[in-house]
Ligand binder design. Structure first.
Ligand code: BGP
Length: 476
């Protein structure tokens, strides 16, 4: 009965900066995350420190750097086929623009990938997950400078060459469309957001898009059987009402997201953005070869994060505002929301999958989805700590059922990696108490805790889902 293909890639996702900790160990340089103690929300308020401060929970993370063997063993116990993580760029090139890589950083990921492969788990690696080396932020104002393309490419070629036999799935930039909303987090741009023009932002975006295409090219040259994907923040937007004004507003808003998939999948700037640039007097500096680079190096698949949907309206008429990490819109009266106000909309996932597949006919990969919630650890009958996280199971189950429907609709879906498969520090607020994991990590917002790991109820639930290739999902 299950519609999931036989070789469906079940797994989980994390990012180096949210779990590894060890922020200054074995030659690692600072990344922009080390200077963001309050996360993306802090960036909005201008909280960017000049050096790491110990109230930044990411500095220790969940100490994945030293405990990854235990964690991967637990992932293997759940039956993971794939594990998405990122390489912390500043472990490999501490300042970002060195010629020679840091061998200890390279060795760490060798060991990590070997550990995954030992259990038959494929690594799916994000090259840049909100962790541009701070050196590049300081020296070049991050991705505003074209120089970053060379630094990124040198880093990509280094890790492609090193891990070519171990890693076959790569993502170029996490949520590449986020640069417009969080220039420091996403693009290492130190100039305060308020001082940046739209032209500055689109210029930085252009640099990332060219870099993404060149990385795709390099991966195809260096790694046999490689698959390279872009990664989009998958905001689903509905018109708040059937008023055609709202429908058109929604269509235009949607392009903030689709633009990035359009360029990655079709290899060129769409007419609508060229017209927008002309109307707004935005001039992007492009080198003569850029158009060819984009055209010749489109991605093999499209990956995206999906947590929630929002509504948009021309005249909201008092509708309440809402949003996720980076998206802003209006409350949908037909759906509920998480404790952090993210609207819960499993059908939006089926809708998004169909929309992307209809538009591009490229394989899709859900690389983030999950419920951030406060968990209460309790002691089970055997004395072991656990969490009865039925709310998380309900969320994940409902989304997987909708993903399955999308597969039945005809969507080619490569896999599903739920976000924060082990509890980690949140990106938006740098909290520990917003938990996503199947595995509970004993660490609190005040920095206390043993860092011990405990299996939640969802651990056993997901294990069964994977074991039965989705057959065990509750389709009621
Ligand atoms: C995405 C980021 C992730 C992750 C997730 C959940 O935008 O790619 O890094 O953190 O959101 O967000 P949060 O951690 O803020 O709950």
């Amino acid at each position: 009965m299950s519609k999931f293909p036989k070789d469906f890639l079940w797994g989980g996702a994390v990012a180096a900066n949210q779990c590894e900790g060890a922020y200054n160990v074995d030659g690692k340089g600072w990344s922009v995350q080390d200077l963001l103690p309050k996360g993306i929300a802090g960036e909005r308020k201008g909280i960017i420190t000049e050096e790491p401060t110990m109230d930044n929970l990411k500095l220790e993370g969940i100490d994945f750097y030293h405990r990854y063997k235990e964690d991967i063993r637990l992932f293997a116990e759940m039956g993971f086929k794939v594990f998405r993580t990122s390489i912390a760029w500043s472990r490999i090139f501490p300042e970002g623009d060195e010629v020679e890589p840091n061998e200890k950083g390279l060795q760490f990921y060798d060991d990590l990938f070997d550990e995954c492969l030992k259990y038959g788990i494929q690594p799916l690696v994000t090259l840049s997950h909100y962790e541009t080396p701070y050196g590049l932020a300081k020296k070049y104002d991050g991705w505003r400078s074209r120089k970053l393309i060379d630094c990124y490419l040198h880093y990509c070629r280094t890790v492609f060459t090193r891990y070519k036999d171990k890693v076959k799935y790569w993502l170029t930039f996490n949520e590449i469309n986020s640069l417009i909303h969080a220039p420091f987090t996403s693009g290492g741009i130190l100039t305060p957001a308020g001082e940046l023009t739209e032209e500055d932002l689109y210029q930085a975006i252009h640099h990332e898009l060219v870099a993404s295409a060149l990385a795709t090219k390099a991966a195809h040259e260096i790694i046999p059987d490689v698959k390279v994907g872009c990664m989009i923040l998958g905001v689903t937007i509905y018109p708040l009402t059937p008023n055609p004004d709202d429908v058109i507003k929604t269509m235009l808003h949607d392009r903030d997201t689709l633009l990035f998939a359009d360029i990655h999948a079709r290899g060129k700037y769409p007419t609508y953005i060229k017209n927008y640039f002309a109307e707004h007097d935005i001039h992007i500096q492009m080198e003569p070869e850029d158009e060819r680079i984009l055209a010749e190096n489109t991605v093999d698949f499209i990956s995206f994060s999906y947590y929630s949907s929002i509504c948009d309206a021309k005249n909201p008429n008092g509708a309440k505002e809402t949003g996720g990490n980076l998206s802003r819109g209006y409350v949908n009266p037909y759906v509920k929301a998480t404790d952090w106000g993210w609207q819960i909309d499993p059908q939006g996932l089926r809708y998004t999958l169909n929309k992307l597949y209809d538009r591009y006919q490229l394989p899709l990969f859900i690389v983030e989805n999950g419920l951030g919630a406060v968990d209460e650890p309790v002691q089970g009958a055997d004395g072991e700590w656990t969490v009865e996280d039925d709310y998380r199971i309900a969320y994940l189950n409902a989304h997987l059922v909708e993903a399955e429907k999308a597969i039945a609709d005809g969507v080619e879906l490569l896999g599903y990696t739920s976000w924060g498969c082990i509890d980690l520090v949140s990106a938006s607020t740098a909290e520990m108490r917003k938990r996503y994991g199947y595995i509970y990590v004993d660490r609190n917002d005040d920095g206390t805790g043993t860092l011990n790991r405990y299996k939640k109820k969802s651990f056993y639930w997901y294990k069964q889902v994977i074991e039965t290739n989705g057959e065990s999902l509750d389709r009621e």
